[in-house]
Design a protein around this ligand. Sequence first.
Ligand code: SF4
Length: 350
Amino acid sequence: MKILRRKSRQISVGAVKIGGNSLISIQSMTQFPAENFQKNIQQIKKLTKIGCQIIRIAIPDISQIGSFAKICQKSPIPVVADVHFDYKIAVVAAESGAAKIRVNPGNISEKNFLKIISAAKKNKIPIRIGVNAGSVKLNESKNMPKILAEAAKNFSNICEKNNFLNFCVSIKSSDVLENYCANKIFSEMSDAPIHLGITESGTEFSGAIASATGISPLLLEGIGDTIRISISGKRENEILVAKKILENLNLKSGPRVIACPTCGRTQMPVGKIAKKIEENIINVSLPVKIAVMGCAVNGPGEARNSDFAIIAAGKKMAGIFFRGENIINVEQKIVADKFLKIFNEKLNLL
Ligand code: SF4
C-alpha cells in the first residue's frame, strides 16, 4: 500500500530536496554549540553513517560563526543554522555556508525577519519558519492548534509578500493531539513543505513512542516532507526511530525485522538475536523482511511469508531460512553471526 502525499512545493537544502515528490528526509540536531568544531563534526559523521540527511546546529552567539563556517565546510551533509532572538546571527550564518536558516519569527521583530529573508535570498538558501507551542503566550492558548497554524501562516505570508517562496514550516508542540491538529490545519492553508516533529518528546522510550504516535497520523494523511525525532538521550536513536517510522509506513525502503514476543514455548533468545541483526543491517535499504521466531508454532508460516527467517530448532539449534527454505541449522549461540554472513551474500540476489 502507498500513502498519497500532499502536494507541497519543493525546496533544496544543499543537495537534499524537501517537498514536491522527494522522499521524506531525516534530520537531527547536534548536542554541541557551534563553537565546538570537533564534537560537532564527530557527531555529524556518526549520524550521517546511520542515515541522517540534514543536521542542525545551535548558534547561541555571533562569536561562534567562525567555527560554524568551518563545520559547514567539513560536514558531509547540509548544515542548518539554528538561531533565536538575534537576527544578525542568522544573516551572518547565511553568508557563512549555512544550507538553511531555522528561525522562530515569533522571537524576532518583523523588520529583522525581513533582513533574514533578504540574506537567504542573496545566498539562495531556504528558511525554516519554526513555530513552537512553548513560545506562544499563555493568554493566547485557548485554541492552541489554530493559533499555531495561523502564526505559521502569518509568517509564511510575510515571506510570500516579499517574493520569497524558498521556505518550509514546522509547527511543533509536546502535546501530540495539539501537534496533530495544528499541522493538519496548516496543511490545508498552504503548500509550503512541512517539517514534522514532536518537540521535547521525552526520554528514549517515551519520546520514541510520543514521536511515532504524533507523527504517524500526519504521515498517513500524506502530510510531512521531512522529520526530526527529538529525543533526550543518545542522538543516534533519533535517526533509528525516524527510519523505523518511515519504513513501517512504506515511506522509506529498508529491512524489517519481525520477532515473536516469546512465551512459555520459547526455545531461543529471540530478542537478543533480533537486536543483533537489526543493529548490523542499519544501512541496508532493500525492503526485506526477516522473521526471528522462538519455536515451531508460527515459525514455518512466518518463514514462508518472509525473505529470511531464523527459527528455533530445539533448545540449542536454530534453522536459517531463505524464501521459506531451511538452508542450514546452526547452534543458537552463533546463529546471528552466521545469519548476517548469509544475509550479505544473498542480498545481491534480491
Ligand atoms: Fe511463543 Fe512460539 Fe509464538 Fe514465539 S512463536 S510467541 S515462542 S508460540
